[in-house]
Design a protein around this ligand. Sequence first.
Ligand SMILES: NC(=O)c1ccc[n+]([C@@H]2O[C@H](COP(=O)([O-])OP(=O)(O)OC[C@H]3O[C@@H](n4cnc5c(N)ncnc54)[C@H](OP(=O)(O)O)[C@@H]3O)[C@@H](O)[C@H]2O)c1
Length: 296
Amino acid sequence: MGLLPLAAMTEQARSAGSTTPQVLRRSIPSSGEQLPVIGLGTYQALDVGSGAAEQAPLLDVVRALTDHGGNLIDSSPMYGRAESVAGDLVATLAARSRVFLATKVWTTGRESGIRQMEESFRRMRTDRMDLMQVHNLQDWRTHAETLDLWKTDGRIRYTGITHYHEGAYGELEKVLRARRWDFVQLNYSLAEPAAAERMLPLAAELGVAVIANRPFAQGALFSRVKGKALPAWAADIDCASWAQVFLKWIVSHPAVNCAIPASSKATHTVQNMLAGTGRMPDAALRARIAKDFDAL
Ligand SMILES: NC(=O)c1ccc[n+]([C@@H]2O[C@H](COP(=O)([O-])OP(=O)(O)OC[C@H]3O[C@@H](n4cnc5c(N)ncnc54)[C@H](OP(=O)(O)O)[C@@H]3O)[C@@H](O)[C@H]2O)c1
């Protein structure tokens, strides 16, 4: 009861011939390209120095992402050294062709935006960014013009707009309706579920892919469940940890393409990637998970 059979989902759960369970994929509406439902955030987690000792555990993080069929790495010039470290890690693993690089523009003014984006290409060591997003709506009209030109030129593959707080949803809705975007990135989790009211249905209506940021409310979700045993229904959806419950609840929303938990630990990243495999909760079980979580 309460389970969505895999056969009923449009995603593929395993890549052909692989014995490692592969993360589910969903189509990007504007292209049909399949995107794994779990990616990797880089805020704080990848903001380390350039030394081998500091980067070694993070190499295992990116390896865990790609070994489990994940590919999206989300960064921003706002995240200290994270863009550079992501570039270093991907280069060391010779993984550029296997990752989907997403970053952001976070400044005001056309020239400043261009300079910042050029720097992001350099830091992430790529001449083609898979996804360039306007961070927190900042000067979005100006940057959108550059993004359109660069998309036409093939320098970026997709455009996006982000925010992290429901207080901005009204403005975000106007921006989404004002022009064509490939992606919207916003906060969505059991602690911050408000996007499901208007924003997720709007994204589905407009054919805009959704990236869910802050999937653990920056770690706060773990404090809520500290010392609490997993409910019995967790086993029915193949969850061995609260992290997997939190992620499955997000990615089982039909409008969500991808959740991007940040982690500095490979063990956590493996756990997170496995949340994109196996049985997913249906609408009834999603409602029950939310109710049980609120009662904690
Ligand atoms: N405006 C925007 O565009 C915007 C705003 C916010 C976030 N974002 C994006 O969304 C990403 C995710 O959000 P976030 O970084 O704020 O927070 P988050 O992913 O909700 O939470 C990260 C925290 O969860 C912990 N964690 C990860 N996996 C775990 C696991 N399996 N078990 C236990 N703990 C685990 C991490 O610690 P460990 O390192 O110990 O694993 C870290 O402390 C960001 O990194 C960024 O890429 C974008």
